[in-house]
Design a protein around this ligand. Structure first.
Ligand code: ITT
Length: 190
C-alpha cells in the first residue's frame, strides 16, 4: 500500500519511512514529480499542514498527508513555532539554532517542546493528528544525527539530545512519531 507524504524535507521522509516500514510505501513530493515549494502562509501548524495536503490534492488529484512541525520555546513566547524553518530569515539551520541560543542567553527557563500536526486528506475529508514532546534547550549543540533543532533539544527523561539518538530511538518518542501513530490507528480502524 502506498501513502503520499507532502514534504520536501528528506529527514522527515526518512523518519516516516522507518516508522511505516513493512506497512506502507511512502512517496514524497519529489517522488510524485512535485518540485514546487508549497507556500506555508497560515499562522498555525494545522493551517500549514492543511495547505500542503490540499495543494497535492488539488494539483495532483492524490490523497495524501502532510506534517507541519516546529519548536516552541516557553521563554520566547512559543517562538520559533510556525517560523521554525526560517527563524533567522532563511533556511540556514545553524543560523536558526544560533538565534534561539542567543535569545536564551542568561535565561534560566529552558523549557521547550516540539510539535507536529499531520493533515490527512482522504476522500475529501481532512483528518488532523497531533504529537508533542517536552524537553529543554541546551546551551550548546550536541550530536550530529537528526535535523533542524535536534542538536539543542533534550527530551525530558533523557540526558542526550535528539541529535545524539539513532533514528529508531528518536522515533520511539518524538512529536512526529506520536502524531503518526495516531494516524496509523485511524487508518487501521477504517
Ligand atoms: P516540509 O514543509 O516540506 O514538510 P519543512 O522543513 O519546511 O518541510 P516545516 O515547515 O514543518 O517543514 O518546518 C519545520 C521546521 O521545524 C524544520 O525545518 C526544522 O527546523 C524544525 N523541526 C521540525 N521537526 C523537527 C525535528 O523532528 N527535529 C528538529 N527540528 C525539527
Amino acid at each position: 500500500k502506498k501513502l503520499v507524504f507532502a514534504t520536501n524535507n528528506q529527514h522527515k521522509t526518512d523518519e516516516i519511512r522507518l516508522a511505516l516500514s513493512g506497512l506502507y510505501e511512502v512517496l514524497n513530493l519529489s517522488d510524485i514529480g512535485c518540485e514546487e515549494d508549497i507556500p506555508e502562509t497560515a499562522d498555525t501548524f494545522e493551517g500549514n499542514a492543511t495547505l500542503k495536503s490540499t495543494y497535492v490534492l488539488e494539483n495532483f488529484q492524490l490523497d495524501c498527508f502532510a506534517d507541519d512541525s516546529g519548536l516552541e520555546v516557553e521563554a520566547l513566547n512559543n517562538e520559533p513555532g510556525v517560523f521554525s524553518a526560517r527563524y533567522a530569515g532563511s533556511r540556514d539551520n545553524s543560523e536558526n539554532i544560533n538565534l534561539v541560543l542567543k535569545k536564551l542567553t542568561g535565561v534560566s527557563n529552558r523549557k521547550a517542546r516540539f510539535k507536529t500536526v499531520i493533515s490527512l486528506l482522504q476522500n475529501g475529508q481532512n483528518h488532523i493528528f497531533e504529537g508533542t514532546i517536552n524537553g529543554t534547550i541546551r546551551t550548546h549543540l550536541s550530536g550530529l544525527k537528526g535535523f533542524g533543532y535536534d542538536p539543542i533539544f533534550q527530551p525530558d527523561g533523557y540526558d542526550i539530545t535528539f541529535a545524539e539518538m539513532d533514528m529508531a530511538q528518536k522515533n520511539a518518542i518524538s512529536h512526529r512519531a506520536q502524531a503518526l501513530k495516531k494516524m496509523l490507528e485511524f487508518l487501521k480502524a477504517k
